[in-house]
Design a protein around this ligand. Structure first.
Ligand SMILES: [Zn+2]
Length: 413
């Protein structure tokens, strides 16, 4: 049986050492995504493209911004017609912050006690390496039906320009399922929380601190808005309920600005409240945003302060059925490699998968090496053994998906 532990033909063909080495090489390239940065992913993309060339994989390198390429390979199985499975990863990383806060070189990819340390080890250069070498092992094991697309995309940590560009490309319309290789700590994440970033601009009237009755204070209004957001959060929890994996809607103030620390006797005219909203599948974003606008206007109105709400970004919560073929393939593969079924979970934030689902309607599931909570922290790491484990699962999951779960020739119990 496919789900029984044992050896499959591609297991012995997997070059685990090469997958670990590729992870290290990628981590040593400092591909930090920051506002307005140029040529962030270029060196990582060049490394991946060179490997694809060496494997003889047809691929494209497409800039989505100056020096910021997507690398996309199409690996035909040579086994006749079949579905198209995509593996997806990104090559950008977030900043290391202050290197002094790290106990290792953030870009050293040092291996210590079975862990590789560095920015991007978990999020998500190990995932990129595992998917590439997993697919390579599958290919070396012989022909398979259909084909595999490997999307190594840019700018996930920013505005997701890479995913947006891929979703708009003709190839996206031919993809039947996507495995996003982000770190989720062995969970098969069939859902991901949505996100809305809101900016509330408050306009009152400037006045002397000794004569507050002459002003209209955005400071007082902002404080009341922060309180009101808590009320909206409780309303949303009641209205949209609790999702088994994604939890409840959260409405979190992240910015409260107004006034000047050097002008303590002045009531300012302007203020800003920033809000980070996280949603669960089934949340009506327009309704929730409207509720926040109304609540803010009501409490600010008491102070004669006007509120202008801007939606800076809006990404839906997504969910894929647990019996979708791409999920079933992953579950079967994980069960074989680990000897027990995986847990289902939700991605706490959004991934490129959110964009691929939103913009191209692609069924996406997230599953990849590294702990769920280690991303973006200091001393980020991945357990080295996970790189090979995930590569095996990816190869097996691809075979399962592309063949519809057919028995594997050459499998031993
Ligand atoms: Zn990531």
């Amino acid at each position: 049986m496919h789900s029984a532990p044992g050896t499959l033909p591609w297991d012995s063909l997997l070059d685990t050492e090469a997958a670990v080495a590729l992870t290290r090489e990628l981590v040593r390239l400092r591909t930090v995504n920051s506002e307005g940065a140029e040529a962030v992913e270029e060196p990582a993309a060049a490394l991946v493209a060179a490997l694809f060339t060496r494997f003889g994989w047809e691929h494209t390198v497409t800039e989505v911004a100056p020096g910021r390429p997507n690398v996309v390979a199409v690996v035909d199985g040579g086994g006749g017609p079949g579905p198209t499975l995509m593996f997806e990863g990104h090559t950008d990383v977030v900043t290391e912050g202050d290197p002094a806060d790290w106990s290792v070189d953030p870009y050293g990819a040092e291996i210590r006690d079975g862990r590789m340390y560095g920015r991007g080890t978990a999020d998500m250069k190990s995932g990129v390496a595992a998917m590439i070498h997993g697919v390579r092992a599958l290919q070396l094991a012989g022909p398979f039906p259909g084909r595999v697309v490997l999307g190594v995309l840019a700018d996930e940590e920013g505005m997701m320009l890479g995913a947006k560009a891929f979703a708009a490309s003709p190839l996206a319309r031919e993809v039947d399922g996507v495995i996003v290789c982000e770190p989720e700590g062995y969970e098969v994440c069939t859902s991901a929380r949505g996100g809305i970033r809101l900016r509330l601009d408050l306009t009152g009237a400037m006045a002397h601190g000794a004569m507050p009755q002459e002003g209209r204070s955005p400071i007082a209004a902002g404080a009341r808005i922060v309180e009101a957001l808590g009320t909206v959060q409780r309303w949303a929890a009641a209205r949209y309920g609790t999702h088994p994996h994604a939890g409840t809607v959260t409405v979190t103030p992240t910015v409260l600005l107004g006034g000047d620390p050097d002008q303590l006797n002045v009531i300012p005219a302007h203020g800003v409240v920033g809000v980070d909203v996280r949603t669960i599948p089934g949340t009506d974003h327009a309704e929730l945003t409207g509720r926040i606008r109304t609540a803010a206007q009501e409490v600010a109105g008491v102070f004669g302060v006007e509120v202008e709400l801007t939606v800076v970004d809006d990404r839906p919560a997504i969910e894929l059925a647990e019996d979708h073929p791409v999920v079933r393939g992953l579950v079967a593969a994980h069960t074989r490699v680990h000897g027990r079924a995986p847990a289902f979970g939700a991605v706490p934030g959004t991934t490129d998968g959110t964009i691929l689902t939103r913009d191209a309607g692609l069924p996406t599931v997230v599953y990849g090496p590294g702990g769920k909570w280690i991303a973006h922290q200091v001393d980020e790491f991945v357990a080295v053994r996970e790189i090979g484990e995930y590569a095996r699962v990816y190869a097996d999951a691809a075979h399962h998906f592309l063949t519809g779960g057919a028995p594997v020739e050459g499998a031993t119990a």
